[in-house]
Write a protein that binds this ligand. Sequence first.
Ligand code: C2O
Ligand code: CU
Length: 577
Amino acid sequence: MGSFYHQIFVTLVLLLSIFLPCSLSSTTRRFEFNVKWKNVKRLCNTRPVLTVNGEYPGPTISVHEGDNVEVKVTNRVDMNTTLHWHGIRQLRTGWADGPAYVTQCPIGTGKSYTYRFTVVNQRGTLWWHAHLSWQRSTVNGAFIIYPRMPYPFSVPIQEEIPITFGEWFNSDVMAIEKDMMLTGVGPNASDAYTINGLPGPLYNCSLKDTFIKTVEHGKTYLLRIINAALNDELFFAVADHTLTVVEIDAVYTKPFTTKAIMIAPGQTTNVLLTANQKPDSTGMFVLAARPYLTSIFPFDNSTTIGFLKYKTTKSKETVELPLPPYTLPSNLPALQDTEFATEFANKLRSLGSPQYPCKVPKKVHKQVITTIGLNLQDCPPNKTCKGFRNQRFLASMNNQSFIRPPISILECHYKNLSMANLFSNFPEKPPVPFNYTGVNSLTENMNAEFGSKLVVVPYGTRLEIVLQDTNFLNPENHPIHVHGHNFFIVGCGFGNFDAEKDPLHYNLVDPPERNTVAVPIGGWAAIRIHADNPGVWFIHCHLEEHTTWGLAMGLVVQEGKNPSQCLIPPPDDLPPC
Ligand code: C2O
Ligand code: CU
């Protein structure tokens, strides 16, 4: 009899030990973010930059899968702001997503708002950034979610190396945005790319501002790479080393080894790097990032470099910059290496293991086909435009150039305020079909219409969106980001999407799952979304210049029947407009 009770006791303890970690997982992590100005000096140029807590780049948020997160944001500057947790699903907590005028009114000067959400079933590297105007230029940081289970790759990790790419501007970034809207021309290019805020020795006055990381021979490192640049996709490589991609946008991938990566603004990529090369007398290897260029607009063709320094056996280690000249890694792709970018994208696959199955929708309820691209717009009456042919540049999806309304769309939707004309339906096909990638890019351009149009779908819809690049003005690789959902890239290609033939080649087994897709230049990408998150979700190009020009739309996912399929009520401190 005694042993029977003993049995029950043992079973109970076992059960408890299994479930306890889950109940403990309701830990709440609290952060205080003060948005304020801070003087920062780069390239011999000091200017006030917008920061969180005076840090440039911004602080890292580290949490565990399952944690509740509370970030109290206080605005201590003379302009509105909002923050966005890029890639966090925000299940039922759309109020905390952050894009200004989409899910919330901005936080005014002197005001606070606490973003509250739970990290559900996500693990890996994401990031956070301001989501108003071009504030994200300096207001950004890593958002790391540690897994509850061991990594699916078996190599022991010596250390993690966070690497965030950014762009440094010598002048006020918000003024650049204002200017480009005023004149109708493209924005000024940045003055430097940066690695963790450091431009590196190829720039003026930047010897001291160089990223150097010491590594040990034979050890493997996990690089958490984030592209926080405003307007450029980037190539990244480490001299003589290969990188093994294991995760993108906080989703595990089938590991593959590559000489370099292409990373678009908004995207994150985790790679393993083993320090297995034979160093020269300096012990240094150059790591470098420069743009993947698909635009004819003014661009920054500079390169940011840093160093991996192999530890020596010397007792006193000095980490000194090697003397110039610095040779760029021969494995760093050239500026216009679309072939590499394509090959790289094609190697990305969901891990699709029993523990992390690839849940790509095999069938869809609805398909939306939308062009993405630029427009040459007639100058408004009584204005002067300095763009091509005295017109101005704009961008659009299905010829709709998105304007953020002076109110929160989510609030209007939730409270059922009738704003029907403002948010009428987004066209689900291009209004006028044409040869999207074959038109004469300058003569057949159309004027866009302005609006804030939305695609509305019932809860649970399996939605396919085909993103079709156009070569109005010039074809370009656009990184399209979807808020509130991950999606599966089931197909992509060059030229025009063929609704008959292309779906026959979709990958419905292990397509990459992400939150930002770099749509091929002069091509298309088909993404599938399981719309299981009620709310209003911004979909936009993560090149800031294109968002400003209107390359955006909204996706409304209606609430389901079940309370667990409904939004939580709006928090009391939600800012008013
Ligand atoms: Cu990284 Cu709409 O955002
Ligand atoms: Cu774009």
